[in-house]
Write a protein that binds this ligand. Structure first.
Ligand SMILES: NC(=O)c1ccc[n+]([C@@H]2O[C@H](COP(=O)([O-])OP(=O)(O)OC[C@H]3O[C@@H](n4cnc5c(N)ncnc54)[C@H](OP(=O)(O)O)[C@@H]3O)[C@@H](O)[C@H]2O)c1
Length: 245
């Protein structure tokens, strides 16, 4: 993979897929800017990633992203890619939703991603990539998956719009993982078919970024099944989904 010397900003770098991406990209010689809320975790990661720059921020607090963008603009930073993996997860049955957690998820997963899409592309060089993380969970509403599923459907939809609105200057990519073994899925109390490691996920993302194509989805043995369910008539797809209850 040819990432040597590439300048890449990862928002959501302190854990999970974002951290695996940072370690892999640093291994390939990329220059990284690492963001998330946990400054300590970012600082420790930066040491392992060729002394990457850290820019702590909280997508629930738009001012912190605005300040980060301003700091990078003032330095005249021109980026090859911005990868936003940041998201919150607290799934359950709709009847059990905690409104405070639901609001936080909408704020970070939807409004935070919109904010990234609004403020950050000006930092990209012509032809640079904006990589947003949706999910196969956004393909169709799953039982015990809300409101996370709905926020990911929103990101999938947002990325489709951006791919048209920002072209040709910005190359927008949507990443839709299946299950990945991170702190996010640690809370799932059901079997997760075809689950992959964060390293496998990071490899699939980086490979996808170097190819053509809007959506990067993996592992394909799982994502193609979900794509099929999505295109079935509701009379069939909801019958299949009912089995997951
Ligand atoms: N794991 C899966 O199975 C799976 C499947 C489909 C899609 N995805 C998507 O893939 C992405 C990465 O997931 P993951 O499994 O790697 O999750 P993770 O391990 O929980 O990591 C999430 C990252 O987002 C950061 N973050 C969370 N809230 C933030 C906020 N308010 N502001 C800034 N950063 C914030 C976290 O850092 P701090 O806590 O330090 O802020 C962390 O670095 C997410 O968008 C998720 O929806 C994951």
């Amino acid at each position: 993979m040819d990432y040597k010397g590439r300048r890449i900003w990862i928002i959501g770098a302190s854990a999970g897929i974002g951290e695996a991406l940072a370690r892999m990209l640093a291994g390939h010689g990329a220059h990284l800017i690492l963001s998330a809320r946990n400054e300590e975790a970012l600082a420790a990661l930066a040491k392992d990633c060729n002394g990457s720059q850290i820019l702590p921020l909280d997508l629930a607090r738009p001012k912190t992203l605005a300040e980060a963008v301003k700091a990078l603009s003032l330095k005249g930073t021109s980026l090859d890619a911005i990868i936003c993996t940041a998201a919150l997860y607290d799934p359950g049955r709709v009847v059990d939703i905690d409104p405070v957690n639901a609001e936080a998820m909408v704020r970070v997963n939807i409004l935070g991603t919109i904010d990234v899409a609004r403020r950050c592309p000006s930092l990209l060089r012509d032809g640079g990539q904006l990589v947003l993380f949706g999910s196969v969970a956004g393909y169709i509403g799953l039982p015990k998956g809300q409101p996370y599923s709905a926020t990911k459907a929103a990101v999938n939809n947002l990325a489709e719009t951006l791919a048209v609105e920002l072209a040709p200057r910005v190359d927008v990519r949507l990443v839709c993982p299946g299950f990945v073994e991170t702190r996010l899925t640690e809370r799932n109390d059901f079997p997760m078919p075809a689950i992959v490691t964060p390293d496998e996920a990071a490899k699939a993302v980086l490979r996808g970024m170097q190819k053509r194509g809007f959506e990067i989805h993996f592992p394909r043995r799982f994502t193609f099944v979900m794509k099929l369910v999505r295109v079935l008539p509701y009379v069939l797809s909801l019958r299949l989904i009912r089995r997951l209850r």
